[in-house]
Design a binder for this molecule. Structure first.
Ligand code: FES
Length: 110
């Protein structure tokens, strides 16, 4: 049976969308947002190389540890000063993140 979770995404205009995402297709949060046709650049396609998918996590879900690549990318993109910043493409869709609340982030200098 297909497992579906809900993610609450606040876009750059401050509008919150509730999206449904499957946990059994090996997708990540960025891909779920794309699949729901919300505007997201995600220029590198999920390789942790562009940081245009950065977000701030607002709920207290325990997410997987950041990889070195993710940490380096957020650092380079000057978004690490915001507590809870993550790359959406580096957060896999799992049952544990059901109900996750995130706010899309803008990049400094864009
Ligand atoms: S899509 Fe480029 S870092 Fe996530």
């Amino acid at each position: 049976m297909e497992n579906i979770i809900t993610i609450h995404v606040t876009d750059l205009e401050g509008q919150t969308h509730e999206i449904q995402a499957p946990t059994d297709m090996g997708m990540n949060v960025m891909e779920a947002i794309r699949a729901n046709e919300l505007p997201i650049k995600a220029t590198c396609g999920g390789m942790a190389m562009c940081a245009t998918c950065n977000c701030v996590v607002k709920s207290d879900h325990s997410l997987p540890e950041m990889s070195e690549d993710e940490e380096a990318m957020l650092d380079e993109a000057f978004v690490l000063d915001i507590d809870g910043s993550r790359l959406m493409c580096q957060i896999p869709l799992t049952d544990e993140i059901d109900g996750l609340r995130i706010v899309m982030g803008e990049l400094t200098g864009e």
